[in-house]
Design a protein around this ligand. Structure first.
Ligand code: FES
Length: 378
């Protein structure tokens, strides 16, 4: 702390401006009561083979970081990432997408990290200094001297005369930073208005009715090609089942059948309330006829951050999201009653198909499912 220092020791503003970086380093140490025990130059003999080897090693790691960063950006943007069923050509390439994104980004970060570590170990002087601790903020003198000390350490590490390390460090850190930027923003660059009327848009899900064809509720049996429709008698009172959309036109289309089970906005919780609970239900305005008797269907995608709200507690009629513990009341149109979620779960309007005796969706959800996005109003 300056107040603890002898003002006689302090240089004037003019003297400070005149001082060289080395003078400032010495002054800073003196003022801070630092005793420099050792300050060895890591490479006292310049230009040795060992020094050059160390330099090449650092540059190699930064180059690895740069190349993997470039590979990550390429994979993230160009590698096929649309779901391909196991039986379809292209599945192998699709299955590599996530591992490749992880491996290339991970290697890029690792490259920069290891490069910095090796550089610090090989080129930064490892001084041994002893300093007494003191309290309070730093004075102008302290600030000027510490900056000089840092600059001096950089200078002594000989970074200024190592263009190969500087270039590869710039490339490695730059490309890695670019990759992280692409990663963070890439997923947000999506036009919600594009294909607004199709089930590929943010406004619709796989439950959207296309060409007047009825969309049934389908059970997942574990075999993506097996079609089992859900009938009211299949579920006991107080029971819950996850269901997916099915169209007759897709019965022999293995790819479409598998996609319906995989698509992230498709899973719906079909809940059969106990009769005494169903009698107490409060319905959302405009959605009074969305249920079929005691059967209520809610999107499984949490309105907080999109986790699957997989848990239904029969005794309390609460739907629980395991990610951040949001709870939704199944007796009150799945409105949030606990946790960070602020929106109700979207309700799917369902009815009974007299011909097949199976349940079907009367339409798609009438509001976007899951977390909010900028253009979403409800
Ligand atoms: S995603 Fe469900 S509570 Fe956070």
């Amino acid at each position: 702390m300056v107040s603890a220092k002898n003002p006689e020791q302090l240089p004037t503003q003019a003297e400070l401006a005149e001082m060289s970086r080395e003078d400032l380093v010495k002054l800073g140490m003196k003022l801070d009561g630092v005793e420099l025990v050792e300050y060895p130059d890591p490479w006292p003999v310049k230009g040795t083979r060992a020094e050059k080897r160390a330099e090449r090693l650092v540059a190699l790691w930064f180059a690895i970081a740069a190349l993997s960063g470039l590979a990550f950006i390429g994979v993230f943007i160009f590698w096929p990432n649309e779901y391909v069923a196991a039986s379809d050509p292209g599945h192998f390439a699709y299955s590599l997408y996530t591992p490749l994104v992880g491996a290339t980004l991970g290697l890029s970060i690792l490259g920069v990290g290891v490069g910095v570590l090796v550089y610090t170990k090989k080129f930064i002087p490892h001084e041994v200094a002893v300093q007494q601790r003191h309290d309070g903020g730093s004075s102008e003198v302290d600030k000027a001297t510490i900056i000089a000390e840092l600059a001096d350490a950089g200078n002594r590490s000989t970074i200024t005369r190592r263009p190969m390390i500087k270039a590869t460090l710039g490339a490695g850190a730059g490309v890695m930073g670019l990759g992280l930027g692409v990663f963070a923003i890439g997923g947000l660059v999506r036009d919600p208005w594009k294909h607004s009327d199709s089930k590929e848009s943010l406004w619709h899900t796989g439950w959207q009715e296309v060409g007047g064809e009825r969309v049934y509720l389908r059970r997942h049996t574990g075999d993506p090609h097996e079609v089992v429709l859900v009938k009211p008698g299949d579920l006991d009172a107080g029971g819950m089942e996850t269901v997916y959309p099915f169209r007759e036109s897709e019965r022999d289309d293995d790819h479409a059948l598998a996609v319906a089970l995989k698509r992230s906005d498709n899973p719906v919780m079909l809940i059969r309330l106990r009769p005494e609970d169903a009698a107490r239900v409060i319905k959302h305005q405009g959605q009074e006829d969305f249920n079929y008797g005691d059967f209520f269907a809610y999107s499984k995608i949490c309105s907080h951050l999109g986790c699957p709200t997989s848990l239904y507690e029969q005794r309390t009629n609460r739907i629980l999201c395991p990610c951040h513990q949001s709870q939704f009341d199944a007796l009150q149109y799945a409105k949030p009653v606990f946790g960070p979620a602020t929106r109700k779960l979207a309700q799917l309007p369902i009815a009974l198909d007299e011909e097949t005796g199976a349940l079907y969706a009367r339409s798609d959800f009438i509001e976007p499912i899951g977390p909010a996005f900028w253009e979403r109003k409800s």
